[in-house]
Design a protein around this ligand. Sequence first.
Ligand code: SF4
Length: 388
Amino acid sequence: MKEIPLYIHIPFCRNKCSYCAFYSCINHSQDIEGRFIDELKKQISSYMTLTVSDTCNTLYIGGGTPSLLKNDNLKDLLNFLERYIGSNLQEFTIECNPEDINNEFIGLLNESSVNRISLGVQSFSDHVLKASGRIANSKSVDKAINCIRESWKGRFSIDIISGLPGQTAEGQKKDIEKAVNSGVDHISCYSLIIEENTPFSDDPKLLEDREDEDLLWDICRKALLRRGFEHYEISNFCKKGCESAHNLQYWKMNQYIGCGPGAVSMTGIDGIQRISNPHDLNVYLKGSSVNWSVQVEDISVKDFIFENYMMGLRTASGIDRREFHRRFSRYPEDFINMTILSSPEKTFKLTDKTLSLSENARLFMNSILMKISDELETLKIDFPVHWP
Ligand code: SF4
């Protein structure tokens, strides 16, 4: 029985948030939504067959705004996915926006195999939400959280963005307090990145007026650590044992499939390949994705090894040495000896099972990755690669 992680991208939103660079469409018709679900189901079946997979060990429905789907369409999709859910299902997450949460919606999720909600809160302050183009306000956020607490049977995570325009140190602290007090077991805390071609990138004044983003993010980090959350990945915090199983698949560089426009797959069917779907709903609806015929990028072994460091060292648990050895016939420390020796003491932690970075080193990992990249330049690939 072969298992694979599955990511599903739902490309619809009510409006575009001012910081968001993800592909999504607004004002879509019900007809388009139905046609999209049909095409999506075809792509999922096709990719499960192409990767010779029977079931999904983790699933993640993201977007876009999955909670914006009409209940009938969501039900149709969830029913369809049941055929890929085996007894080993670890996690099935759906991303939701606060304005979509009500008892009927939660009831629908409770009847399905979904076992984790990821709620896009971003901030609890009205002026910050408004300045970021969010639809939700503090009232609808509170209402959504209360509804989840009262009716939802599964796990619950919240997304927060630090350093949004109008945010202050005091406000940032309050956002984290409110998020923790909502009873979540997981908080993703992203520092605002100004992406190209977003309303924020067209507003240089906004950048001048912002509080120090590193300071605001560090306020979040310290507050979460104080409240007993573990900082298990650069932007992710959780209560003990509540890591996101699906996202861990990416950080471990496991094979996965992504369906829906805007989704990406990483597979080892024909060499190591990253396969991207068209970021265009109309093209997607013509069925171009079904036959694996979309944009395919071949990843060289050297680049793939680098990505194993880049992703694995993001996590507190680090790189699994045995799995690395299975993939490359060497342990992770073998390829980056010089980097380890030339780094300050305690930058790297080497145990029987893992190679990882210290909490402090993870905060400055870009410079470490540059050293690793330079050292890998000289690497001779004279060994077989076993992946996935
Ligand atoms: S942040 Fe979420 S809701 Fe806002 S535009 Fe992006 S995908 Fe849509």
